[in-house]
Design a binder for this molecule. Structure first.
Ligand code: AHG
Length: 319
């Protein structure tokens, strides 16, 4: 089934609004344009080149960060979104339709430190309600929808709306220029023997992660770490596993590296819809109330049974 048909069926059945359908189609068109940009210009030094600027939080911007955001912005301007909240911008961007009912938050290009070496990167998005007041991000649990695109050997999409029981995956048919649904709805296996964490920081981990890592080493789990959240997340949605980017003792990592509004919340929304769990350690990500657009949060998510072990360790050992 094409994405357009999938969304129209959901809209006709009352599962999503026409505004949500329109915004999703705009984001899909932007992802197709980003794919074409990558295929034409190649994931190499040009798109991976630093622009010399930094984003709102001091991260160095890459050419593809800027061009991906510009494509997303140009497509959203024609949709029923009133504001864009972007990792690359310090404050919300007002869009032309100021009476539209939606706010969109994006990480336009997640994994940008991998662009120049042809590792899968992606776009993460969150659809939130707008009440006409200041465009503030909502709690993750109150999102209207969320998902992410991956730009790798294939361009893929995983998506869920508030009324969905499970997320749905799609793959881009690049010859025909549309996304096609990938089989059954997505469920994350409850158990796993595979985890993703950057073990280079092991000396800085706090007690719960140290103890958990000792257990998984003893149980001979396998480890994967792409260094691109969307790539690790896509693998977990497709074959299970857990992903950990915890807080650690390094300066500036008191709340971990990843952002609550446009990375953790969309991923956590999808994970819970797929039967998994997503926490900051002891608390459910979706229950956190954002205080600031670019605030960071520790993010641990994936297979429910393994996550319950991690949550118990945090409740027992967190200082
Ligand atoms: P960036 O977009 O700056 O490359 O950051 C990517 C994020 C996330 O996608 C990934 O899981 C994590 O940073 C990797 O962090 P480390 O480089 O510390 O492993």
């Amino acid at each position: 089934m094409h994405l357009q048909s999938y969304l129209k069926e959901r809209c006709d059945s009352g599962g999503i609004s026409a505004a949500e359908m329109g915004v999703m189609l705009a984001l899909a068109a932007a992802a197709i344009a980003i794919t074409a940009l990558i295929r034409r210009d190649g994931i190499d030094a040009d798109l991976g080149a630093e622009t010399g600027d930094a984003n709102s939080d001091g991260d160095t911007q890459k050419a593809l960060d800027v061009r991906a955001e510009a494509l997303i912005l140009s497509h959203l301007k024609e949709s029923d979104a009133a504001y864009l909240l972007s990792e690359e911008q310090p404050t919300p961007i007002a869009l032309p339709r100021q009476t539209a009912p939606l706010i969109v938050a994006v990480d336009p290009l997640d994994g940008s430190s991998n662009i120049a070496v042809n590792v899968t990167v992606g776009t993460i998005f969150s659809l939130m309600p707008w009440d006409g007041n200041l465009p503030r991000p909502c709690r993750g649990r109150d999102q209207l929808g969320a998902g992410f695109f991956t730009y790798g050997a294939q361009t893929t999409l995983i998506l869920a709306f508030a009324s969905d029981a499970r997320p749905q995956c799609f793959v881009l048919d690049e010859d025909k220029g549309h996304f096609i649904a990938l089989g059954a709805e997505v469920e994350i296996a409850a158990t796993t023997k595979e985890y993703a964490i950057n073990a280079a920081y092991a000396q800085h981990w706090h007690a719960p992660i140290q103890q958990w890592k000792t257990q998984v080493l003893a149980d001979a789990y396998s480890m994967r770490w792409v260094g691109s959240l969307v790539a690790d997340a896509w693998r977990i949605f497709r074959r299970g596993g857990v992903f950990l980017y915890p807080a650690d003792a390094r300066a500036g990592m008191e709340a971990g590296r990843l952002r609550l509004v446009y990375e953790a919340n969309p991923i956590a929304f999808l994970v819970e819809k797929a039967g998994g769990l997503a926490v900051n350690g002891g608390e459910n990500i979706l229950d956190l109330t954002p205080q600031e657009l670019h605030e960071r949060t520790p993010l641990l998510f994936g297979s429910a049974d393994e996550m319950k072990i991690l949550i118990a360790l945090h409740k027992e050992l967190d200082a």
